[in-house]
Ligand binder design. Sequence first.
Ligand SMILES: [Zn+2]
Length: 386
Amino acid sequence: MADARGEDGAAAPSEEKLPESQDSSPEEGLDPSAGEPEMECLRNLLMRTGLQDPPAQKVLDECSLSGVAKYILSGKCNRIICIVGAGISTSAGIPDFRSPGTGIYDNLKQYELPYPEAIFEIDYFKKHPKPFFELAKELFPSQLKPTICHYFIRMLRDKKLLLRCYTQNIDTLERVVGLSDRHLIEAHGTFYRSHCVNKLCMKKYDFDWMKDKIFTQTIPFCQNCYSLVKPDIVFFGEGLPEKFFEAMQMDFPSCDLLMIMGTSLQVQPFASLVNRVPRSTPRLYINKERFPKKDTLKEFLGLSVQLDFHSGKAYRDVAYIGLCDDGCLDLAELLGWKEELEKIVLAEHTKIDQAALRPHRKSSVGKRVSQRVGRSASSSSSETQD
Ligand SMILES: [Zn+2]
């Protein structure tokens, strides 16, 4: 029987055909997110009344990282979804610049914006593109070097366990490790592609072209029509890519394990994804920040995102409070994959260093791999939340 394979060699997620690109402009047509909050509310109410899902079953032997590892190795966990945020990229030197309060918004005074968020607003951008492109240069490290966590996600794909990775990040690091459109949903868009903003032209540009413009501080104009060229990141005032909504409907009902990494799920509709997996599906939360406390009002409205790590009723949620790289290394160790993961990271980082035609030096991530070699996973293993 022919095995459906993605362009990156891994088994293709079955039963779906997603568009190969996110080329359609979010400005065209209807916003596919319209009505989402209402639907989310209804869905949560249904779930709470038990009308939507079969009764929950306990899948994990124990609610711990080793319980998750055992489940992955059991052969019953073949469709893993990763949902990831800025926390998986911080060790690559990429700041969490879209979240207010991280310092970036506070450092925008030099651009003389009417208000900080204007830098990511589409109408402002079309009139004043310079601040955005100046900021873009500050945000990108001179080398794009994915983290241990990114390579762990790629390992899941290579082992045919990854159904999809949903990322809030626009830094393209998932692309750098080799995830393709088949396994990747860039919910907030990406710098990987750019388009001319003129709807009659829409000429597409690749990342290298845009990167060159950003690093030389040249405002990018279309070679066809001289209109502005904008990276395909989702600005305020634009809808999320249609592919996000299409894939979400297909993927989550059949998810065997949800891995939430580097995000404390504060942004909708991304945050509500955790409520979309079946009630038996284990959810592993790996993040430096603890999961936010209960919001009673949101819970009443059926809009809250709840994970239960420690109550008497907890049966499927596991928290690892720490760096995403450490969480992935610890999980890899429990899976017997640690050595393989470390080898991949070091080999790939070496390749990136060599490609940059620089003298080889270990990245901070590479150093962390070295430091952790030989350290037992149990020394900093999963913690439960309180
Ligand atoms: Zn054009």
